[in-house]
Design a protein around this ligand. Structure first.
Ligand code: ATP
Ligand code: MG
Length: 370
C-alpha cells in the first residue's frame, strides 16, 4: 500500500502561526513533493462541536475561515481532497464500532485530553462547584479522531506534538480491530512532526507553552500587517532584559523562538545586514547591547515576507466564496466514497453484512426449514 496522508483542524477559529508551522506548512511541502497516493485534509466540525455544542454558529462561521486559510496557505484542491467531517456519515458509524474496543480508563490516561479538559473547566466530577460537566462526546473525541484516520487508511498524519497521544490511541484501536476480527482492513498511522523542533509546539505571543485559539495568544494567518505588527511589538521576550546594554536570554524568548521557526539566512541579507545569520544575532543579544525592538522589527519583516503571498491568495479566494463551498462539497463527495468502502470492509470483517452473506442466509434457512 502506498502513502496516504490525512490531517485536519477544528473550525473553532481562524488558523494561526502554530497551525502553520506545526502542520500546514508541512502539508504544502508534501503536496509539492507529490510523493503520495492520496492526500486528505479535513475540517473537523463534528469534533469542534464536542466542546461547542451550544454554539453551532461559531463552528458554521469558522468552516469557511479554515477553508480560506487552507487555500491561501497553498493547498491545491486539484492535488488534495479537502472535506468537511460532518458530511461523511460513515465516520460516525466507525466511531461507534471503535468505542466498543476502548476502555474509559484508557481514555482517562490520554495526556492531551487531560490538559484540554483542565483548560475548558471540564471535570469528570460534575458535582464540584464552578466546574462544567464533561460532555461524553468531548471525552471520546480521540475515538472519533481514530475513525477519521482509519476511514482513509492514512499512513501519515502531519501534526504538532499534541497529537502524539491521539495517534498512539489510534494505533491501539487498529491493532485491536484487526486482531479481534482477524483481518487486515485497518492501517496503523504514523505522525509526521515538523523536522524543526520549535515548530512542533509553537508558544503563544504571551510566552505560554502553546499558541492556541483557546488561550487567545495567537497571530492569525489572516491578520493584516498592522495587527500582526502590534502583536509582535507586545510579544513576551526576556523579562530580565530591561536596558539595551543588559545581557539577554534567548531561550524562552518568543521573538527568538519565532525567528527559529520562520527566518531564513536570506532574510538577513534583505532586512538585517549587520548580521549574517540567526546565531550571530542571538550571540549579540546574549552578550547585551541589542534591543528588543530591533529584533522585533526584523521578525515583523520576516513574518510579512512569509504572510504576504498567503494574504494575497486569501484576498483572491474571498472574492469567490461560492467556489470555496463548491471545493468543500466536491471533496466531501470523494471522501465519502472512500470512507464507505472502508466501512464496508469493516462490516464484512465484523460479519454484520447479513444481507450480502448468501452463505449465512442459506445456513439459517437450512436450520429452520421443517
Ligand atoms: P483549539 O484551541 O480549538 O483546540 P488549537 O489551536 O489547539 O485549537 P487544533 O485545531 O486543535 O488547534 O490543532 C490543529 C493542528 O494544528 C494539530 O495538528 C495541532 O498539532 C497543530 N497545532 C495547533 N497549535 C499548535 C502549536 N501551537 N504549535 C504546533 N502545532 C500546533
Ligand atoms: Mg487543540
Amino acid at each position: 500500500m502506498g502513502r496516504i496522508i490525512l490531517t485536519g483542524d477544528r473550525p473553532t477559529g481562524k488558523l494561526h502561526l502554530g497551525h502553520y508551522v506545526g502542520s500546514l506548512r508541512n502539508r504544502v511541502l508534501l503536496q509539492e513533493e507529490g510523493n503520495y497516493d492520496k492526500f486528505f485534509v479535513f475540517i473537523a466540525d463534528v469534533q469542534a462541536l464536542t466542546d461547542n455544542a451550544d454554539n453551532p454558529e461559531k463552528v458554521r462561521q469558522n468552516v469557511i475561515e479554515v477553508a480560506l486559510d487552507y487555500l491561501s496557505a497553498g493547498l491545491d484542491p486539484n492535488k488534495v481532497t479537502i472535506f468537511v467531517q460532518s458530511q461523511i456519515p460513515q465516520l460516525h458509524e466507525m466511531t461507534q464500532f471503535f468505542s466498543n474496543l476502548v476502555t474509559v480508563q484508557r481514555l482517562q490516561r490520554n495526556p492531551t485530553v487531560k490538559a484540554e479538559m483542565a483548560l475548558r473547566g471540564f471535570n469528570a466530577d460534575a458535582e464540584e462547584e464552578n466546574r462544567r460537566g464533561l460532555p461524553v462526546g468531548f471525552f471520546t473525541y480521540p475515538i472519533s479522531q481514530a475513525a477519521d484516520i482509519c476511514a482513509f487508511k492514512a499512513t501519515t498524519v502531519p501534526a504538532g506534538e499534541d497529537q502524539e497521544p491521539m495517534l498512539e490511541q489510534c494505533r491501539e484501536i487498529v491493532r485491536s480491530f484487526n486482531g479481534t476480527y482477524k483481518c487486515d482492513v485497518l492501517v496503523e498511522p504514523e505522525i509526521l512532526l515538523p523536522s524543526n523542533k520549535v515548530c512542533r509546539r509553537l508558544p503563544g505571543t504571551d510566552g505560554q507553552a502553546k499558541m492556541s485559539k483557546s488561550l487567545g495568544n495567537c497571530i492569525y494567518l489572516s491578520d493584516d500587517p498592522a495587527e500582526m505588527e502590534k502583536k509582535v511589538k507586545g510579544m513576551f521576550t526576556d523579562p530580565g532584559h530591561l536596558k539595551v546594554e543588559d545581557p539577554g536570554k534567548v531561550e524562552g524568548n518568543c521573538v527568538f523562538t519565532y525567528l527559529d521557526a520562520f527566518s531564513e539566512p536570506e532574510d538577513f541579507a534583505k532586512y538585517l545586514t549587520d548580521y549574517s545569520c540567526l546565531e550571530e544575532l542571538k550571540d549579540h543579544y546574549r552578550r547585551g547591547g541589542l534591543g528588543d525592538m530591533k529584533c522585533k522589527k526584523f521578525l515583523i519583516n520576516v513574518l510579512n515576507d512569509r504572510l504576504e503571498p498567503i494574504r494575497a491568495r486569501r484576498h483572491a479566494y474571498e472574492q469567490d466564496i461560492p467556489e470555496v463551498y463548491n471545493i468543500l462539497k466536491k471533496g466531501s463527495e470523494v471522501a465519502a466514497q472512500v470512507a464507505a468502502e472502508t466501512l464496508h470492509q469493516m462490516k464484512d470483517a465484523m460479519k454484520i453484512n447479513y444481507f450480502d452473506d448468501a452463505e449465512l442466509i442459506a445456513s439459517q434457512a437450512a436450520k429452520y426449514r421443517k
